[in-house]
Design a protein around this ligand. Structure first.
Ligand SMILES: Cc1cc2nc3c(=O)[nH]c(=O)nc-3n(C[C@H](O)[C@H](O)[C@H](O)COP(=O)(O)OP(=O)(O)OC[C@H]3O[C@@H](n4cnc5c(N)ncnc54)[C@H](O)[C@@H]3O)c2cc1C
Ligand code: FES
Length: 480
């Protein structure tokens, strides 16, 4: 399912890596985080290459809604509660700097990408108190934030936080201009990483500095990112025909939607769930019903979905990958705020590589181990993954193949074995092994996207078994 960005912005193609290269820095992943990091490194004079498994910006960045903001949900109340005010202030400062860095790059490179300054509104239709608390926390952390009930939305809110000076853009037009300046290899999945060498199917790169900007880091040890993150998927509906909206919006209530204008369309996003836990489906239909309630005469222009990594303690992982691999860096855990997150990562990783630690290096450091009061979330996360790894293997298949309706998928008994089976609308059957190729959890069918998903760490596979998203790097039928 194409997003409105991919529909109206084709990116030039790049060659596959063949042979051997030696560079200063190699970036794994050509999404927002990878391209920005490569851009800054190259501007600093480092010979840099980007290795992309598929095509540039074809990952989660293609499905973003591209609000460039420091107002990340009810973040400042949580940061202040869990980590204290100094952390909340540093976070606000880092994300505000990231907005200004986008503005500077866009101006400097003269990029036509619909960049526009907008206020960001966090809203609730039921809980004004949490909005008041967040307005106070965000203002105390340093944002230009205030409580209001005036939002411009087509429904009344009980309260909202208005944050000025935020922005939005067309992410792919921006990245097209950035990518033009870089050396990029597409269809070049990195299969192995040793201390200073990366191997793809067609070639190899030696690099003093290696940046994992591949969304979910796929090297399990060292780093152990699979123990400290899961992924959450959300759905986006683009509609035409509604009156234009001034602001960008994020709903705090259960089931509420994020909203922004994008050209003549309005994007609604939400219906989020842990990846691999959407067996019931119906996400797009629920959003269509909501849109029709707010604006009865609109028509659908597009729909798509994407996912992001959710770290267990509320802060992204930006910095050194692991203590015992000093030349490796990572940018991940953006919690659906990966525009400012990617910019913050790119500038910080570039600073680290050049030997310039910033004051907040420690704040985002992946090697931080201070346990915040959110440690209960960590425990819950770990338990969920552990349950995913073990439980379904003791469950029998959910049905016989014959009981699976046409047009559906599921874990069924096929030829005496448990298998992942999908049927098209004419009843043609596709069969795969039902083990995720990352660490072996049982995959689940997502009826909204007709894809297989792993509830443990969020890997995704197409109906034909190809990898759509990591940490898994092999298709369902590929041998180790
Ligand atoms: C519905 C939705 C809406 C969102 N809206 C917003 C928003 O409004 N504002 C905001 O700030 N954030 C938003 N986000 C979050 C944001 O889109 C993401 O955080 C961001 O796009 C992640 O970028 P990335 O570069 O880390 O990952 P990606 O864009 O996924 O890039 C990673 C790349 O690495 C490649 N790769 C993987 N493995 C390998 C390998 N082994 N070798 C080579 N390449 C590899 C992949 O193919 C991919 O292209 C949203 C997220 C969702 C789900
Ligand atoms: S994503 Fe880790 S086991 Fe599937």
């Amino acid at each position: 399912m194409d997003s409105i960005w991919t529909r109206d912005c084709a990116l030039p193609s790049h060659p596959r890596l063949t042979g051997e290269l030696s560079v200063d820095a190699a970036v794994i992943g050509g999404g927002m985080a990878g391209l920005l990091t490569a851009y800054f490194l190259q501007k600093q004079g480092l010979r840099t290459v980007v290795l992309e498994a598929d095509t540039v910006a074809s990952g989660q960045t293609a499905g973003t809604t591209a609000k460039i903001t420091a107002a990340h949900g009810l973040r400042y109340t949580r940061l202040a509660d869990d980590w204290g005010w100094e952390t909340a202030e540093r976070y606000a400062h880092a994300m505000t700097q990231a907005i200004e860095s986008f503005a500077r790059v866009i101006e400097y490179e003269n990029i036509d990408c619909d960049f526009s300054r907008r206020p960001m509104f966090l809203y609730s239709t039921s809980d004004p108190q949490s909005m008041r608390r967040e307005a106070e926390a965000a203002a105390r952390a340093g944002l230009d934030a205030r409580f209001t009930k005036e939002t411009g939305l087509p429904f009344a809110v009980a309260g909202a936080v208005r944050v000025s000076g935020q922005a939005q853009f067309h992410p792919l037009r921006f990245l097209r201009a950035i990518a033009e300046q870089l050396t990029i290899y597409e269809h070049s999945r990195v299969r192995e990483v040793s201390s200073s060498r990366l191997t793809t199917d067609g070639g190899a790169v030696s690099a003093r500095h290696i940046v994992f900007a591949c969304h979910f880091p796929f090297v399990n040890r060292p780093g152990y990112y699979f123990l400290r993150m899961h992924q959450e998927r959300s759905y986006v509906l683009a509609i035409e025909g509604a009156p234009p909206l001034e602001g960008m919006y994020w709903g705090a209530d259960q089931g509420s939607l994020a909203i922004r204008q994008a050209g003549s369309a309005i994007l609604l996003s939400g219906a989020g769930h842990r990846t691999g836990e959407n067996r019931a489906g119906g996400s797009y239909d629920r959003m269509r019903r909501t849109a029709a309630r707010w604006w009865p005469d609109v028509r659908e222009a597009a729909h798509w979905s994407a996912q992001d990594c959710i770290p267990m303690d509320g802060l992204p992982y930006i910095g050194r990958y692991a203590a015992d691999e000093p030349g490796w860096y990572v940018a991940t855990g953006f919690q659906k705020w990966g525009m400012t997150g990617a910019m913050a990562a790119a500038t910080r990783i570039c600073g680290l590589i050049l030997g310039r630690d910033t004051a907040d290096t420690e704040l985002f450091s992946p090697t931080r181990f201070a346990l915040s009061p959110s440690a209960d979330t960590m425990l819950a996360d770990g338990l969920e993954a552990a349950r995913g790894l073990t439980r379904p293997w003791f469950e029998p298949p959910r049905a016989l193949l014959s009981a699976l309706p046409d047009g559906h998928g599921g874990i069924v008994e096929h030829e005496g074995k448990k298998a992942a089976v999908s049927k098209d609308k004419d009843g043609n059957v596709t069969v795969h092994r039902c083990r995720c190729t990352h660490l072996g959890c049982q995959i689940e069918w997502n009826p909204d996207d007709r894809a297989w998903e792993c509830p443990c760490h969020g890997s995704r596979f197409a109906e034909d078994g190809r990898v759509l998203a990591g940490p898994a790097q092999r298709g369902l039928d590929e041998e180790n």
